[in-house]
Design a protein around this ligand. Structure first.
Ligand code: AMP
Ligand code: GLY
Length: 426
């Protein structure tokens, strides 16, 4: 019997998830809180607050919703899965303790330490231990060094100073600045040299299946320069993730993570995002995330040939081991078009033109809003434009060809998305 589903979130990731779920024969009706103009035609956008669990629960009962899929990390870290599971409602996404893999860097590092999972050497300090942290940095004398706020910081909680003075200033900033809440505890870790990639696994608490890998582009500027952003583009699969490397990542990282969480009493159900540094000594964990990457999701979901909703339901019922998931063999690239000024100050409400020149499924909305017949910018990351092909070069070319059809005032995008991947073929 087809079911009603609730999807939480309103970014490009959620547009891609809504698109995937809406193609399922097992779906009766999809509701998206809050959704965006891209999800309007795939279900019903609902103006509720994803932080108001009681209101969400009332809505779920009112609409006979049988499954909730959680896009972003904050509701998971705040315990939405525990809240709804205790009311016998099926949720796709980890419970609060399992989401701590993302919600607390200290928890994640200690967990990896307990289970022998390769990651950078580290030490944790309390905010009151500023002097000890400073002493630790001075005595180790190795730069760059990596300073991380323990809690969620919207991607802004990591500082990588290159000199002793910069490191002391960074420490001060984490202590007193806007981040001081997230940084009530602080992880100081060794800088890892290498290429970054992410691997995504879908998990039912007991078993997992790898559903893809990708490379994000976090910096605002070409050549990976400038400020960190939520992600300026991604491509999949990443050639740096060879079959041999993936085997090693599964054996040394993903399997021990899933087994370890189960062993410690926090079975991991949902998407496990493993951010990796491919070092000379092999792959090491940079970070875990407890949900899909944004924009990585936008290049992985379209590659799934299997029914996304059925796969998600298999996870919530603990039946993933009996479920085969199929993918196509194409490369995909997404270029994120952002409002000029992002990730700092930018203007909104610029009219976007050219969307009518693109077919459906070739782009996903993020920070947009509808005003009558017009679509306006409404955030930093505005649109994800997708290209696909038999080769990475084709995927990149198609994405940029489509980007060229879209206009809005002060639009900005990186022109080198995927270039890192192409190097592996030359
Ligand atoms: P995180 O939020 O932990 O993913 O960190 C954000 C970014 O900082 C990562 O994507 C890396 O580019 C960089 N980073 C974090 N930890 C390290 C590390 N130990 N060594 C080198 N780069 C790092
Ligand atoms: N694109 C990085 C993230 O979703 O965390």
């Amino acid at each position: 019997m087809a079911i009603n589903v609730l999807l939480l979130g309103g970014g490009g990731r959620e547009h891609a998830l809504a698109w995937g779920i809406s193609r399922s024969n097992s779906l009766n009706k999809l509701f998206i809180v809050p959704g965006n103009p891209g999800t309007e035609s795939l279900g019903e956008n609902v103006e509720l607050n994803t932080h108001d669990f009681d209101a969400l629960w009332d809505f779920i009962q009112d609409k006979d919703i049988e499954l909730t899929v959680v896009g972003p990390e904050q509701p998971l870290v705040d315990g939405i899965a525990d809240f709804l599971t205790s009311r016998n409602h099926a949720v796709f996404g980890p419970r609060k303790q399992a989401a701590m893999l993302e919600g607390s860097k200290e928890f994640a590092k200690d967990f990896m330490d307990r289970h022998g999972i390769p990651t950078a050497a580290y030490k944790v300090f309390d905010q009151s231990e500023f002097n000890e942290a400073e002493e630790y940095i001075r005595s180790s004398g190795k730069y760059p060094v990596v300073l991380k706020a323990d809690g969620l910081a919207g991607g802004k909680g990591v500082l990588i100073p290159e000199t002793e003075q910069q490191a002391i200033d960074a420490l001060q900033e984490l202590n007193d600045g806007d981040l001081s809440n997230a940084a009530s505890r602080l992880v100081i870790e060794e800088f890892m040299e290498g290429e970054e990639a992410s691997v995504f696994a879908i998990c039912d608490g007991d078993t997992y299946q790898v559903i893809g890998n990708a490379q994000d582009h976090k910096r605002i500027g070409e050549g990976d320069t400038g400020l960190n952003t939520g992600g300026m583009g991604a491509y999949s699969p990443a050639p740096v993730v060879t079959p041999e490397l993936l085997e090693c990542v599964e054996k040394d990282i993903i399997k021990p993570t899933i087994d370890g969480m189960k062993e410690e009493g926090y079975p991991y159900q949902g998407i496990l995002y493993v951010g990796l540094m491919i070092t000379e000594e092999g792959p090491k964990v940079v970070e875990y995330n407890c949900r899909f990457g944004d924009p990585e999701c936008q290049v992985i979901i379209p590659s799934m040939k299997s029914d996304l909703l059925d796969t998600i339901l298999a996870c919530t019922k603990g039946r993933l081991s009996k479920t085969a998931i199929e993918f196509d063999q194409k490369y995909r690239c997404t270029v994120v078009m952002v409002s000029g000024g992002y990730p700092q100050k930018y203007e909104k409400e610029k009219e976007i033109t050219g969307l009518d020149k693109l077919e459906g499924n070739t782009f996903f909305h993020a920070g947009t809003k509808r005003e009558g017949q017009k679509i306006l910018t409404n955030g930093g990351r505005v649109l994800n434009i997708i290209g696909e092909g038999e080769s990475l070069q084709q995927a990149i070319d198609q994405a940029y060809d489509r980007v060229g059809k879209i206009n809005f005032e002060k639009a900005y995008y990186r022109r080198d998305i995927g270039a890192k991947g192409l190097k592996h073929f030359s």
